[in-house]
Design a protein around this ligand. Sequence first.
Ligand code: EPU
Length: 337
Amino acid sequence: MRIEENKSLRNYNTFGIASNARFFVSVETIDELKQALSKKPSEELFILGGGSNMLLTGDLDAFVLHINLKGIEILKETETEVFVKAMAGENWHEFVKYCIEKDFGGLENLSLIPGNVGTAPIQNIGAYGVELKDTFESCNTVEIETFKEREFTKEECVFEYRNSIFKNEAKGKYIITSVTFKLTKKNHKTSVSYGDIQKNLSERNIEIPTIKDISEAVIAIRQSKLPDPKVLGNSGSFFKNPVVGSETFQEFRRNFPEAPFYEVSPTEFKIPAGWLIEKAGFKGQRFGDAGVHKNQALVLVNYGNATGKEIWQLAMDIQKKVKEMTGIYIEPEVNVF
Ligand code: EPU
C-alpha cells in the first residue's frame, strides 16, 4: 500500500476529467483499507469506486481512497437459489457476465452499467424495469470512524429510485466492501416488459428468452443509445427523471400533451428528463468539449478536454432552460464535487 501525492484522477472517472488528488491510495484488502483509514494524511476523505457516477469540478484537496477489493464467492446455494458475494472493487458488468455464464438469474437487465459492485447499492442502480434492490441480499461495510465492520440488510438500506441510506443518514460514514445477491438457478423470473427489450427479442425471433438472450438485448440497446465511456467520457444519466405531483403534472400535460410519462401512484407522475432536455433544444448540442449526447439527451459528454466546471455550467444551463420552458425542475443524478 503506497500513498501517492498529486495523483491525476483522469483514468479513475468515466467522464475523463483531469483533476488531481492531494493524496491517493488504492487498497486491495480490508486490512489495507483499515490501515489507510488509520493513516489518513488529510482531514478530508474521498471514497472512490468505479468513478462512473461523479463529476469532479476541480482538484480534490483530500485523501482519495480507491476501493480495489476483488473476488467473487458463492456463499450458499439450494436447488433453486444461490447467494453470491462480490467484492466492492469488482467491475459491475464483469460480475453480471460471471452470473450469466453460470446461469444465475436476476442481473441480466442490468448488463453493461458502468461502475463497480460496491457503489451500485448507493444509488440503487436500475435499468430496463429492474433495480439492484430486486436481487440485493445484504452488504458488508467498514465504518470510517471506528474501522468496525457492519452488515446492512436490504431493509436497512432503504432503497428507493436512485436512492438509499448511503445517500442519506449513512452518507460519508461507511465504506461498502462487498455486496451479496440472491439469484435464481432455475425458473428465472425474467423481465422483458420494457418496450425495447421485447422489440429486440422479436427481431431475433426469440419467444422464450434465456437470461443470456436478455443480457444480449440490453447490451444491444445500451450500445445503440448510450455512449461507451472508454470512447466518449460520460457518467450515464446526468439527471434523475423528475417525479411531480398532480397539479404540476396537469399543467404540464395541458402544455405538452405529447410528452411520455409514467404513473408512479395516482398522485405522482414520472416524466423522462431526456424528453424534457430534448424539448429544450439541447440534444446533440456541443459547447466547446462539453456536450449533450446525440442519441440520449439525459447523458452529458466530454469530447476530450472539457473541465468539470464546463460540464457543470452546461448542466446548470439545461436545468434553467428546462424549468423555464416546461415548468419542471430536474435534479442531477451524479455526485458533484
Ligand atoms: N427520451 C427522449 N429523448 C431523449 C431521451 C429519452 O424523448 O433524448 C424519451 C424516450 O423516447 C422515452 C423516455 O424518454 O419515451 C425514456 O427514455 P429511455 O428508455 O432511454 O430511459 P430514461 O428514462 O431516459 C432511464 C435510466 C437509465 C436507464 C434507462 C433504461 C434514469 C435517470 N435513467 O433512462 O439509466 O438505462 O432508463 O431503463 O432513471 C443511468 O442511470 O445512468 C442510466 C443510463
